[in-house]
Design a protein. Structure first.
Ligand SMILES: Nc1ncnc2c1ncn2[C@@H]1O[C@H](COP(=O)(O)OP(=O)(O)OP(=O)(O)O)[C@@H](O)[C@H]1O
Ligand SMILES: [Mg+2]
Length: 399
């Protein structure tokens, strides 16, 4: 099939040609936007799931809904060891800009801009490096306000900033939505501050929501940061696509190019992809390129599979594996070998220590390093699992 017309989109955050199986979350968020804009209480959403299940693209789609509803929106991607203050200020800045140009009262806009600037200027100097000073500025002629959102206490400052920004949006009958991707990388203290500010804001009925996305342990991290976090958000597990939706993700985009699949080609594809969205796109893409005629046959899928696997080995698995230290790689290989017995589910740290003939404590640095790099998560106490689907299988194939 013509590679130029290949509709599939493997890649981190790549918008899929068909966002399959997420209608419920989208319509739920529509309701949240309407309710919050009307000053009614509602819970915001937190998405969690393995690597490549489509958290980022769903988060972007939710943002799209807020934009459609004329809300101010901003997004950030959290990083380990980085404070939230500056990236949050930048995300809120983006949201304020979207609202400000429609606002009728320039003085009110300037006031809020001054508060935002004060908030941003509280960023510690070491946190500023790498970001252009201009990004700290909110309109060059607006002076930073004194005594609001600038105490240095993140929770207090966020609450003041969020209150003012939400009021500005409320003047226009809309709200503000801030999207936080890779939220598991926010430190526990700052997660707590963010929860605290959101909690207070929702009690005030102010139209501002924070929507998060992250790895499977994000809900636990949130709950550990504040006891009421469980009630603050609607937790949505973003998971692999059921058969029907995986088929849809392949068929609909192909249909727009007048291409279809033989039913047993779809069987073959589902066996290979397990319904994981990243794999659906990767195998779909390779299959399209290697097939000569429509409908696409199982033989086309089989012929394309090595190509897809090679792409995944580099782009999806390899890129992540390369980030690990030698000790961390040993740890993951032990996990992969033990995974055979556990259907690649969670493996206990005790088992890993036994397999490596080491004391469990001596392996903590490797485990913590892998968690920090987002390759592994602690699924339950004393157990770890890969964040990357099929990673165990990939590592076992590498010898
Ligand atoms: N609902 C869906 N239907 C079809 N394809 C999808 C869907 N969701 C995501 N994809 C595809 O899956 C791939 C991964 O999506 P995305 O980057 O959003 O995953 P992620 O969960 O954010 O991964 P990571 O944890 O690595 O950031 C992309 O190529 C995207 O096009
Ligand atoms: Mg992502």
């Amino acid at each position: 099939m013509d590679p130029v017309r290949n509709p599939y989109a493997p890649g981190a955050g790549q918008r899929p040609p068909e966002l399959a199986g997420r209608d419920r979350q989208l319509s739920q968020f529509q309701v949240t936007l309407e309710r919050v804009a009307a000053g009614r209480p509602d819970r915001s959403m937190v998405l969690s799931g393995l690597r490549g299940v489509g958290k980022t693209v769903l988060l972007n789609a939710l943002r799209g809904l807020a934009v459609q509803r004329a809300w101010g929106t901003g997004k950030l991607e959290a990083r380990p060891d980085q404070s939230l203050r500056l990236p949050l200020a930048q995300a809120v800045h983006a949201a304020v800009r979207e609202v400000a140009h429609r606002h009728r009262d320039p003085e009110r806009v300037d006031e809020v801009a001054g508060v935002l600037k004060a908030f941003a200027l509280r960023t510690r100097p070491e946190e500023r490096k790498g970001s252009r000073p201009a990004l700290l500025m909110v309109g060059p002629d607006v002076p930073a306000t004194r005594g609001r959102a600038d105490s240095g206490d993140l929770e207090l400052d966020l609450l003041e900033l969020f209150t003012d920004v939400a009021e500005l949006a409320r003047d226009l009958g809309v709200g503000v939505a801030v999207f936080v991707d890779e939220m598991q990388d926010v430190s526990s203290g700052e997660l707590g501050a963010l929860c605290g500010a959101c909690h207070e804001i929702s009690q005030q009925g102010a139209p501002l929501v924070v929507v998060g996305a992250g790895l499977p342990h994000l809900p636990v991290a949130l709950a550990a940061s504040r006891s009421y976090a469980e009630r603050l958000f609607r937790y949505v597990v973003v998971d692999r696509l059921p058969r029907e939706m995986a088929d849809r993700a392949l068929l609909l985009p192909a249909g727009t190019e007048d291409v279809t699949y033989a039913p047993d080609a779809l069987d073959e594809l589902y066996t290979l992809t397990d319904g994981y969205p990243y794999f659906v796109q990767a195998y779909g893409k390779a299959t399209w390129d290697s097939a000569l005629t429509s409908p696409i046959q199982p033989s086309d899928v089989r012929q394309a599979a090595p190509e897809a696997e090679a792409e995944l080995a580099v782009g999806f698995f390899g890129a992540r594996y390369d980030r690990a230290t030698p000790a961390e790689r040993d740890y993951m290989r032990a996990m992969a070998d033990l995974g055979v017995r556990h259907d690649d589910g969670a493996v206990t740290t005790a088992e890993i220590a036994r397999a490596l003939a080491r004391r469990p404590q001596s392996l903590s640095p490797a485990r913590d390093g892998l968690i920090k790099k987002g390759l592994v998560y602690s699924s339950e106490r004393g157990a770890v699992a890969f964040t990357v689907p099929h990673f165990g299988k990939f590592l076992r194939s590498q010898r």
